[in-house]
Structures are given as C-alpha cells and as structure tokens.
Design a protein around this ligand. Structure first.
Ligand SMILES: Cc1cc2nc3c(=O)[nH]c(=O)nc-3n(C[C@H](O)[C@H](O)[C@H](O)COP(=O)(O)O)c2cc1C
Length: 379
C-alpha cells in the first residue's frame, strides 16, 4: 500500500486506490533525468486543473500518449497543511503515464522544498513550478503569475525545489511577462537559473487567453537561451524550451518547433474531446516521412488512430469509458459536474449534438450517461 504512510486517507479509500491504480513510490536514487532522453520535438500535455485529472490522463495514455504528462497544479502550502489528503487526490497517477511531472505552486520556499520532497517520495519523474497562473486566489499568495513580479523569490523557490527534489529535474511554466513583453528580463532570469526545462505560454498575464499567443517571440526566447549557454562556456545541458498557446494539433506543433527552434510544444485545450490528439505520433517516423503526414496529407486508412478516423460512435464510446473511469477513480472525491465540461467537447459538430448535450447535462452518474448512449445507438 504505497501511499499509506504519506497520507491519512481512509482504509477503504486506500484499498480502492491501490486496487485500481499502481500508485507507487520509487526508492531514493537511481532516477534518471527523463528530459534528456526525450526525442525532439517534445510533445507534452498541458496541466489543466479539473480537466487533465488522473482519469482523463488514463484515457489519453490509452488512445494517444504524449511524451510527457503533467499533473494538475497543487498548492505547496496545502501539501504542507492538515488539508494535504484532499490535495493528494490530484497527485494520483498510474505507471503508464510516465514520464509524469508533478506541478506545484507556492511562494514559501520552505513549503516548496517540502512539497518537492513529497513529489520525490511519491515517485514522480520531475517537478514543475507554476509561475504563470493568473487566478486571483493563486496570485494573492504571491504565486503563479505573481512570481513574474518577484524574480528574486522565483529564484529562491527554484532553489528550494531543486534541494527538496533530491535529484529530480525541476522545470518552470510561465508567461512572457506580466503586463508587457518581459522576455529580455523575466524569461532571461529563468533561463539563467538551474532549471532543466522551461515552458513559456506565449501571452502576458494581462492578456490572459484573450489574444492569440505570440509565437513570433519564440525564436528570440531560444536565442536568449543560447546566448546564456554560450556565455556560461557551454557547460552542461541547455535548458529545454517548450512553447505553449493555441497549438491545434501535432502537425501544428511540429511546424512551430521547426520554425522557431524550440525543443517542444505543450498542448492544452486541443485535447478537449479528443484523446486521440497525440496518437498520430504512434505512426512510425518512417511512415510519416513516406506519406508526408506532417503536411496533413494523411488518410484514415493509413492512420487508423488519427482523430479524423474516429467515428461518432467510437468517440462517444470513449466518452462513456472516460465517464466510468472518472466515477471509479475520482467519484468519491470530485464533483460529477467536472465531466460535463468534457461532454461539451465530445458532443460537438454533428446533427443532433445540441439535443444530446442537453440530455448529458442532466445525467448524474456514469450509469445514466450509458443509458443516454444506448438509447442513441439503440442498443
Ligand atoms: C481548464 C484549464 C485549466 C488549467 N489549469 C492549469 C494548471 O493547473 N496549471 C498550469 O500551469 N496551467 C493551467 N492551464 C493553462 C494551460 O496549461 C495552458 O497554458 C493554456 O491553456 C494555453 O495552452 P492551449 O492554448 O494549448 O490551451 C489551464 C488551462 C485551462 C483551460
């Protein structure tokens, strides 16, 4: 029972969790920096609170696994408080999600250190510090995007995570600035630190998600990274840079990496209703080259797992599977309303979608969702 000594979850929940998941701890030492082993371009699934939970990640791992998973973000202060058990639900993962990085936020370096120790103990492959979240309740704690205004504190928190993580690679996810483009100062600061990877959501905090992501800045961010690397005498590994914002699919991701020189891309909203997002990566590179798939010239027969090849029935079957898994893994801890966001995305773009969505919005559990599905397909 791997998580027993780190949580006070009830015996019943522990049994259930350990039966359904292979939540494990790894012993100290022996871990490798997984980032160095990844092939470029690196395609990552973005952390998304109440979206990329352990149930959805399982569905994605089955139908189209990205190169890296991130957990939803979890408060480092919360992990160091009496409320820890509840938050540990967001750190549930399964072995088939590796490499998986735990994302934390916070501004108290002692808590960042303790939370990082816990991430190591829970067997995560890496630790990511959120320095971009615009949520007011997060910013009030001087965390998330508020870090952009306090580079000295950001540096202290990175050091604390490296110390607490005991050898785990530490990465940061941030934005290009707070009110304006600050890549020459803020992003440069992060690229001068000892992090292993940096994800840049190419918008400012002020812009939220209201303008197109500034992909035109990515080339310069890569140049800044290279300038620092050469100035330091090319010692060690270059910090890996992932771009984020508005990437629609893996072709788009590859194109953006080619055009800007970044090492990878993190995709977020494109996964909504489309767990097959990363599945074209399953086709061998050779097949891709031969068929010119990277120029979008692929067909359903050649790439049977491509999203375009998925029938409506298959898509909705997976929606039902996702719902059942959510209920099984998280039903006791999370509100079923979380699934409704997914229905909006799964049930879209066909005749009768609106009526079906309305029926699903009334469902209260997986059984009721299955009944709606069965009636639709007259099963
Ligand atoms: C519902 C939702 C929840 C999110 N939660 C997180 C989070 O927990 N941590 C984080 O770093 N970013 C979070 N984000 C931001 C995304 O990771 C990503 O930066 C943003 O959606 C832009 O990428 P995209 O255009 O590919 O979606 C969230 C975004 C959404 C839409």
């Amino acid at each position: 029972m791997a998580i027993k000594s780190t949580t006070n979850l009830s015996e019943k929940n522990l049994t259930r969790l350990s039966a359904t998941l292979s939540l494990t701890r790894r012993g100290a030492g022996g871990e490798v920096n997984f980032w160095e082993k990844l092939k470029k371009p690196i395609l990552a699934l973005a952390p998304m609170a109440d979206v990329s939970d352990c149930a959805f990640r399982q569905i994605i791992a089955k139908y189209g696994k990205p190169d890296i998973f991130f957990t939803e973000f979890v408060s480092a202060d919360g992990l160091c408080s009496v409320g820890r058990d509840k938050l540990l639900i967001d750190f549930i993962y399964s072995e088939n999600e590796r490499p998986i990085v735990a994302q934390i936020f916070g501004s108290k370096s002692e808590n960042i250190k303790k939370a990082s120790e816990l991430c190591k103990e829970l067997g995560f492959d890496g630790i990511d510090i959120n320095m971009g979240c615009p949520d007011k309740s997060v910013e009030k704690q001087c965390s998330g995007a508020a870090m952009i205004k306090n580079p000295a504190l950001a540096r202290e928190c990175i050091r604390a995570a490296i110390e607490g993580g005991g050898g785990l690679p530490v990465s940061v996810k941030t934005r290009i600035g707070y009110n304006k483009n600050e890549i020459e100062t803020w992003v440069r600061e992060l690229l001068s630190s000892d992090i292993t990877a940096l994800t840049v959501h190419l918008r400012t905090r002020k812009e939220m998600s209201n303008v197109p992501a500034h992909w035109d800045l990515m080339k310069r961010i890569v140049e800044i990274r290279d300038e620092i690397y050469f100035a330091k005498g090319r010692v060690g590994q270059k910090i890996l840079i992932l771009g984020n914002g508005d990437v629609v699919d893996t072709d788009d991701a590859r194109r953006k990496c080619n055009e800007t020189g970044c090492d990878g891309v993190m995709l977020g909203r494109a996964i909504f209703g489309n767990p097959w997002l990363f599945c074209r990566e399953m086709a061998s590179a050779e097949t891709w080259e031969r068929d010119g798939a990277s120029t979008r010239n692929f067909s359903a027969e050649k790439y049977p797992c491509s999203p375009e090849a998925i029938s409506l029935k298959e898509r909705l079957e997976v929606m039902v599977e996702h719902t059942k898994l959510f209920q099984k893994m998280l039903g006791e801890h999370k509100n079923f309303a979380i699934m409704k966001k997914h229905y909006k995305a799964y049930v879209n773009g066909f005749d009768g979608a609106k009526e079906l969505r309305m029926k699903l919005m009334e469902a209260n559990n997986a059984e009721e969702v299955k009944i709606v599905f069965d009636r639709l397909f007259k099963i």
